[in-house]
Design a protein around this ligand. Structure first.
Ligand SMILES: Cc1cc2nc3c(=O)[nH]c(=O)nc-3n(C[C@H](O)[C@H](O)[C@H](O)COP(=O)(O)OP(=O)(O)OC[C@H]3O[C@@H](n4cnc5c(N)ncnc54)[C@H](O)[C@@H]3O)c2cc1C
Length: 598
């Protein structure tokens, strides 16, 4: 297509795709892709979150999922453009039941990456804009109910005389974002949360915590933060925002309600969920169960000989009450990732004598550097001014298949090393074991591969470098005694407080706790890509395991992640639930195999 503009090239490619798919020609459609190419589908064809990697896999997906979905009206939205050697553009399409949106990259006339996403189900569009509710019925009607009366009625009935279709266990930001989408889609949903108020999962964290991510990355669906909101939100402010959001989005949020157990009644195809609401047992019978109990919430607590003999306070970081009671104490923090740094710094601030124990290397990115070299391209005031809305940013990010992400992240870390060389040198001199990921791809890849192994520096690293937070690295804890803690190198430290900031297990641990070990094993490990790097064993999966998509347990879903992921992927999970609520056929293509149990 020499001489054709980017817009013409994309339009012509889409017309070819439309033609071959319409005549059911999977081979012809696959021929429009490079041998090494990627088609990432978020629910629109596969009722799954999956990436076909290679022309062969794409051909199979076209035959197995795309052609049966009867796509049509493929078209370019706006103009195509040339970016870093690829012609790219935003696309729209339809299937027989849904509207779709996506992103295409062409190299030499053939597709290199294609992202397709479902945006709405035909006939079940969200009532927004011109379709919004009127809110008032003009006229005079006897027995008319006000909005408040109808709302109270819904609250009184749902879960008591009327069963919800979905129960979401855990009421943090993940559940709240998903709940808001389900509410707009009119899917009866109850969120159960053991804390007293929405937002408490943030409020209960240590008092100096501010979000590590910038405000542009953190918006909830539908209702962005006002534009004076601070760049890094203090955690109690986020707590209040979540509480306000829950209220104005009219979520059926059962606070002070703990889920005690759940079991799937296969005959009735429904869950039997036992909850304790304000001390009173209630049985809920939803058709779908979502665990939004926090991706990092099943604590890894090592069993150290002598632990039970310790006379001071000893707990996992998830139970750490904050520094206030430890101002004049000797504190030992085991671990060197985010929580360990934050806890150690907060303890140092109140005057505690703190030692951090580092067993193996950690990646550290300085917060400003990470923002400037990484996040700001898509999530910043400049990005917003350049027309990159949050939704666009989410989709641009989603358009890069995980298989290509590590390679694309590496240059950021080459620059980071150069820019912060003096900082890293100071840390190394203090004995800190640093890394940039097994393949030098840095922080975000560690996050998606293993959800750990890094610290976003908001000040604690300087304390380590200056020796204000003492550091013992390259050792393991070998024994705990009444007033001391002993290490593999033979040394021993006095301690009044020991905090194990040793991370968390996979989310299917929640299924083991609430449902059964058998179900936890059936669905397997959550999160991670199978990159065959530390704590992310292969084989390669291409997508995060089990997140926001069907699992090997019917009607069981996992939702979580950071604010960006909660916002973006809650859409696709909500659409999957809505389709089932409406009784639509949802044939799942490419359900992931289970390779690891935890
Ligand atoms: C220190 C720290 C800093 C972080 N900073 C950021 C950041 O800057 N940006 C970002 O995007 N992410 C950040 N994260 C990561 C992530 O966004 C948060 O952990 C976030 O709280 C996850 O939301 P969630 O809804 O998935 O889980 P959670 O907020 O953990 O919510 C899960 C909820 O489930 C409830 N629950 C558990 N079991 C039950 C049960 N049986 N019955 C009823 N309720 C139950 C819990 O009480 C809890 O409220 C940070 C995490 C930590 C620990």
């Amino acid at each position: 297509m020499s001489g054709a503009t980017p817009t013409e090239q994309i339009s012509s490619w889409l017309a070819s795709l439309d033609a071959v798919i319409s005549r059911g020609d999977a081979d012809g459609a696959a021929a429009l892709f490079h041998e090494t190419s990627y088609w990432r589908d978020l629910v629109s064809f596969t009722w799954n979150i999956t990436t076909a990697e290679s022309r062969v896999a794409i051909r199979d997906m076209i035959a197995g999922a795309v052609i049966p979905a009867k796509p049509s009206r493929w078209r370019l939205e706006g103009q195509g453009s040339l970016v870093e050697g690829a012609i790219e553009g935003w696309i729209r399409f339809e299937t027989s039941i849904a509207q779709g949106y996506g992103h295409l990259r062409l190299i030499d006339g053939k597709a290199f990456t294609l992202l397709t996403t479902m945006t709405e189900l035909k006939g079940f569009e969200e009532p927004k804009g011109a379709q919004r509710e009127k809110g008032v019925e003009h006229g005079i009607y006897p027995g008319r109910k006000s909005w408040l009366e109808r709302r109270r009625e819904e609250e009184a009935e749902l879960g008591i005389s009327k069963q919800p279709y979905v129960v979401i266990v855990g009421g943090g930001q993940g559940a709240i974002a998903l709940g808001a989408r389900l509410k707009r889609l009119n899917v009866p949903t109850i969120i159960v949360e053991k804390n007293e108020r929405p937002g408490d999962s943030w409020r209960k964290r240590y008092k100096s915590l501010c979000l590590h991510d910038v405000v542009w990355y953190d918006h909830l669906p539908y209702l962005p933060f006002p534009d004076h909101w601070p760049v890094y939100s203090p955690k109690d402010k986020i707590g209040d925002w979540l509480e306000m959001y829950t209220r104005v989005m009219e979520l059926n949020y059962w606070a002070s309600t703990e889920c005690k157990s759940a079991r799937f009644d296969a005959a009735k195809k429904e869950w039997v969920v036992e909850v304790m609401r304000n001390g009173k047992p209630i049985t809920l019978r939803p058709k779908q169960l979502v665990l939004a109990t926090g991706m990092s919430a099943v604590p890894n607590m090592p069993a150290v000989p002598g632990m039970e003999t310790f006379k001071g306070d000893l707990h996992h970081s998830n139970r750490h009450p904050g520094p206030d009671a430890y101002g004049d104490k000797k504190a030992v923090v085991i671990g060197s990732n985010n929580s360990a740094h934050d806890i150690a710094a907060a303890l140092w601030e109140v005057g505690a004598d703190v030692t951090m124990i580092q067993r193996s290397s950690t990646h550290v990115s300085r917060s400003e550097t990470l923002f400037e070299l990484g996040t700001s391209k898509l999530y910043s005031e400049e990005a917003v001014n350049a027309g990159i809305t949050t939704e666009k940013a989410d989709l641009i990010f989603a358009s890069i298949p995980y298989a290509l992400l590590a390679q694309r992240q590496k240059p950021i870390y080459v620059k980071m090393r150069e820019r912060d060389a003096a900082f890293y040198e100071r840390l190394r001199k203090a004995g800190f074991l640093l890394d940039f990921g097994d393949d030098e791809s840095g922080l975000f890849m560690k996050y998606v591969r293993r959800g750990s192994g890094y610290y976003i520096d908001v000040g604690a690293s300087e304390l380590v470098a200056e020796g204000k937070i003492k550091l013992k690295s390259g050792v393991e804890v070998s024994r705990i005694k009444e007033h001391t803690i002993a290490f593999s190198d033979g040394s021993e430290l006095p301690a009044d407080l020991i905090v194990f900031a040793t991370g968390y297990g996979s989310m299917n641990g929640w299924a083991a706790e609430l449902i059964s070990q058998e179900v936890a094993d059936r669905v397997g490990k959550c999160w991670g890509l199978g990159s065959n790097t530390r704590k992310d064993p292969g084989p390669w999966e291409g997508e995060l395991r089990n997140m926001w998509k069907p699992t090997h347990q019917e009607a069981l879903w996992f939702h979580g992640g950071n604010l960006h992921q909660s916002r973006h992927y809650s859409l696709y999970l909500a659409l999957q639930l809505k389709a089932r609520y409406e009784g639509m056929a949802t044939p799942v293509y490419g359900l992931q195999e289970v390779h690891h149990l935890s």
